[in-house]
Structure formats: C-alpha cells, structure tokens
Write a protein that binds this ligand. Structure first.
Ligand code: FUC
Length: 579
C-alpha cells in the first residue's frame, strides 16, 4: 500500500496513477504485508489488507522527521550494543572512496580501519535483513536486483544459510536470529513427510536446498543433493542460541525441533562392514568427490566425516537438553549409546583429516567446501588445546585445500584459522576475501568483494559478508569448546596495526558480555558482565587480576595466562585490571 502525502500544490488520482503538481514536499509512505505464515506455509496468516491498513493508520499524521527518528532509534538499539575498534589509522580513509580503498588494500597499503568497516557492515546487513517476525536473510540477504536471482535466492543448507547467522550471537544480535529459529521450526512438518517418504524414518530431515515453502526433499542432483544433514546442521543454531543466552524457555520451546532431528539421524544409521561403526548412508560430503585407489571417482558414500560430526553434535546437545529440561531420560541414554558407536574422526596417511570414511583422495583437492572441518568450526569438538592431534590434522587439511576459493569459502577459512589460534593466517584470508572484484575481472571466478563491499562468490552472495565479520569476532574473542572457557584475543594478528584496540559488548557462551581494551597486543583492562547467574570460566591473560562485584580480588595471574573459575551472580560486573 502506498500513500502519498504532499504539502502545497495539487494532488489528484485517475487511471491508476497519482499525480502531484507544484508541491513543496511529498512523502511516500509504503508498506507491505503477506498472509504467508513462516511457521506453517500451508496455513494462511492474518489478512494482509487489514495489516497494511493498520500500519498506515498507526503512522498517519506523523512527520517524516519523527518517523526517521523512530526508525533510527530502533536501528541504534541493535547497533550500539556492540563495537570493535583498532587505534591504528591510515590517511587513505580521508582521500579514497570505498572501492578505491579495496584496490589500495589489495596492493598492500595498510588500511586497518577497513577491517572495522567490514565488521560494522556485517552488523548493518544483519540488522537490515533479519528482523524478528520476517524471513531469514537469504543468499542475497534481501538485496537482489533481479527477479530470477542466482540459485533462486533460496536457502542453501550445506553452509550458506548457516553462515548468514555466524555473526549474530557473538555480536550481541542473537535476537535477530529469530527469523532463522522460526524458519527451522517451520521445516519440521514438511521434513517429517520427507523423512517418512524417503527413509521411512521418524523425526524430520532437510537436505541441501530449502525455501520459504518448506522444501526439504533431496536436491535435484544425487551427487550433491543427497546430503541429509542440512536440517540437523541448522539445529546447531538453536543450541548455540541457548549456549549464549542460557534461556531455558527458549530451549523448551525448540526442544521438539532438535529432538526430531536427532530422532531422524539416530534411526537411519547403519553398521558399516569393516569396523561396525554406525554411519549415514547414502550421503555425501558437501559437493566434493572422492577418488578410490583404483581410480573410480564418485560422490555418494557411507559415513562422510561431516555427517558423523553433525551426528555427534546433535546427539550430545539433545541428550544434554533433555537432562536440563528433565525429560526423555531413557531415550537420551540410548542416544548417548548411539553416539559412542559413530564412526570417529580419522587421520589419514598424509596426516590430514579424512573427509571420507576411507583414506581416499579428493578428486578436487582445492574444493571450496571444507566440510570435514565442521568439527573445528562451527562445531567445536576439535580444539588445539583439547584434541591437538586432530587440530594438527585439520591444519594440514587447510594447507592442502589452499587459501583460494569462493567468497564464502575464504570467509570460512578466516574462522578455521582463528579457531586454530593463527591470527596471521586469518588476516591473510581476510585480505583474500577483500580481493577487489569488478566488471573487468568478474568472469575470472575469483572470490572477493565488490566495490560496494558486498561479497562476491561470484556472483553476489551475502554469506561471505557475515562469515567474514564473524571471523573477525572469532579472532578477538572465543568461548567455544566443551570446557566453555572465554578467551580474549585468541588469534590476534601480529600485524602492528592490530596491536591496539577495543571491543565492546562481545557475547560469550554461558551468558556473558565483555568489553576490553588492548595495547601492544596485550589486554590492559576489561569488564565482564554476567547476564544470569552461573559458572564462569575465563582464561585470565598474564599479569592481570579480576575483581568480584564488590571490588575484592577474585584471582591473579602470573607470567602465564591462567584459567579462572567462579560462580557469577546475575547482573554481576567483574573488572579485569593489570595486576
Ligand atoms: C552451495 C555452494 C555454492 C554456492 C551455492 C549457493 O551449494 O557449494 O558454491 O554458494 O551453495
């Protein structure tokens, strides 16, 4: 619905047209609604005409300035909760436009503020494309100039939709993942029909592609479309939201969704003949192919590593959720037993992590997907402190894959290296992600960034923007791993421009908010706030102390950083100081 409000002059309408002549001012008020219901697309929602009338009525008589101010206020309520800054500054910022800065950065001229801009742009894109009540950000966020968008502007579930939401929790924008959460819940009904029709299995499944109409069947090519862990991967976002917020009401609401994913996976597993491990079959490792010793190249296989990691993840958190919610005790026990029989991560003869159940070669060694490192990121069963052998194998795998790839592939690699604690390599990948893509070199298929900072797969895909910004957050603070230890500056690049900076409002798992500053690469001071009460584990940097809510010293570290553990009180503020 469009309403034209003009001041002065004359307004008339005829033949489906509105004409304004000689006005001093003309404000176009536009609103849209649909009766589409994300929870269940087969049901009709509220009458859209009623909705748009109600919106128009609610803003009638408001001036443009008032509306602008209220929209700005709403935007700022999200925007101001979080920030990242580097002190280093380069004059390029004053003389060059953004497209020129990309070229200059690519040529090796320093521009530390570009990382800050990129991080902020990611936050801006999320706030603007994923508002509660709407649909999740799709492959292009919502900025598609054409009707027939690349890949139908859909939801791809073997990395893309998930990557769109990697930034949300860490940057204090978890509330904006609400459209994703409801979208996942909306897949349960159609996914249940698909599970029954294709596998005669209980629970629900979604494969590689989906859309607002609840598409959950395999994709149209068996070689890539049969990955059956798309829905289960999505469920990780429900659990992560809980990890960050400890919101039990949320967990209770979404428990049936994650339970359905666990029911499906646990029921379709079969025993593989050699080791009698439980595996998925038939499946594949997103979009990659293997080469068997006698030369056969194929995609369909038993128990690809990523599937097994996702099974471990889903079974573990579903069992934990059941415990927390005091439900399904017997079933959760069975799930834990199934967990133990799953095919494990395996290190191959070359020392890398096997992508397949057998130590087969990759038909495409530099493939953009690095699915078997799912256990390193976004899942966290592989950590360099807890499972060093697997972390070394993961590192070797990344070396083999190389630093090239599509936009989102480079973004994922920033996160992988940050999880391995190698900030220099993350920064190198960040530079690769910012490779300037323009009309001239667009056809070369190199992933990078367009002049307006949108990520180039190519073509434009927004996942790399979110993944890249999340990678920056991952370099600055981490809280993953089974132990849930908060780590400050775990992968700070050694580049001198990154040695002084600050973060504000970074969220950590367990329900904590952190602000801290650093100089010469070392944390100088900070504040940790507990949103609720509960155990906090923090890796206190060397020569620092932490004060409790009353100013008493809780712990002090010596020449080495040291893990501090304490029971935090709700809304408690704990100060970090040099000591
Ligand atoms: C996945 C990727 C492609 C592309 C598509 C939208 O299938 O393998 O590179 O990003 O999604």
């Amino acid at each position: 619905m469009l309403n034209v409000v003009s001041k002065g002059g004359k307004q008339s309408s005829a033949d489906g047209k509105i004409e304004v002549r000689g006005a001093n001012e003309c404000v176009l008020l536009w609103t849209a609604a649909t009766d589409y219901a994300i929870e269940d697309y087969t049901q009709r929602g509220e009458d859209p005409l009623k909705k748009v009338f109600a919106v128009m009525k609610s803003i009638s008589g408001l001036s443009f300035d008032v509306m602008k101010a209220s929209s700005q206020k709403r935007f700022e309520s999200y925007w101001n909760t979080n920030s990242f800054g580097l002190r280093a500054y380069s004059k390029v910022i004053e003389t060059l436009s953004t497209p020129e800065r990309l070229i200059s950065f690519n040529a090796g001229r320093p521009d530390p503020q570009l990382a800050v801009l990129y991080y902020n742009f990611g936050r801006y894109l999320l706030i603007s494309s994923s508002q509660p009540g709407g649909l999740p950000a799709n492959l292009q966020g919502l900025w598609a100039p054409e009707y027939q968008t690349p890949w139908n502007g859909d939801y791809h579930l073997n990395i893309n939709l998930q990557m769109n939401y990697w930034l949300a929790e860490q940057a204090g924008l978890g509330e904006l993942a609400e459209p994703l959460h409801r979208f996942i819940a909306g897949l349960v009904k159609p996914g249940h029909r698909t599970a029954k029709a294709y596998y005669n299995a209980p629970g629900w499944v979604a494969h590689v592609i989906s859309n607002p109409w609840g598409y959950t069947s395999p994709g149209e090519g068996a070689n890539w479309g049969s990955t059956l862990t798309g829905g289960a991967w999505l469920c990780g976002h429900l659990w992560e939201h809980f990890r960050f917020t400890r919101d039990t009401a949320f967990l209770k609401e979404y428990y049936p969704v994650i339970k359905g994913a666990a029911q499906f996976l646990s029921s379709i597993l079969i025993e593989e003949p050699e080791n009698k491990w439980l595996v998925t079959a038939p499946s594949n490792s997103p979009e990659n192919s293997y080469e068997m010793p006698h030369g056969f190249k194929g995609q369909i296989a038993m128990g690809p590593t990523m599937d097994m990691q996702i099974c471990r993840e889903v079974f573990a958190y579903t069992a934990e959720a059941a415990k927390l919610l005091n439900t399904d005790h017997q079933w959760a026990k069975e799930l834990r037993n199934v967990f133990r029989r799953l095919a494990p991560n395996q290190i191959g003869a070359a020392g890398d992590l096997n992508e397949w159940l057998h130590d087969w070669k990759d038909a495409e060694p530099h493939h953009r997907h690095v699915s078997h490192l799912y256990g390193l990121h976004p899942f966290d069963e592989i950590t360099h402190w807890g499972t060093p052998d697997l972390a070394n194998a993961a590192q070797l795998t990344l070396e083999q894959r190389g630093d090239g790839g599509t936009g989102w592939s480079k973004a994922w690699k920033i996160n992988f290296w940050a999880r391995l604690g190698d900030g220099d390599r993350s920064l190198k990948l960040f530079k690769q992600l910012l490779f300037p893509v323009n009309r001239e070199n667009m056809a070369s298929n190199a992933g990078g960034t367009y002049p307006n900072l949108f990520c180039a797969h190519p073509p434009f895909q927004i996942d790399g923007n979110f993944g890249g910004a999340a990678g920056i957050a991952e370099m600055l603070m981490q809280s993953h791993g089974p132990e849930g230890i908060i780590r400050l500056l775990p992968a700070l690049p050694s580049d001198e421009k990154w040695q002084e900076g600050h973060v504000k409002g970074m969220r950590a798992r367990g329900g904590f908010v952190l602000n801290f500053e650093w100089k010469e690469g070392r944390v100088t001071k900070g504040v940790l706030k507990a949103l609720g009460k509960g155990k906090c584990r923090l890796l206190l940097p060397a020569y620092m102390l932490i004060e409790d809510t009353k100013g008493g010293i809780l712990a002090k570290s010596s020449a080495k950083s040291q893990v501090v553990e304490f029971e935090a009180v709700a809304n408690g503020t704990y100060k970090l100081k040099r000591g």
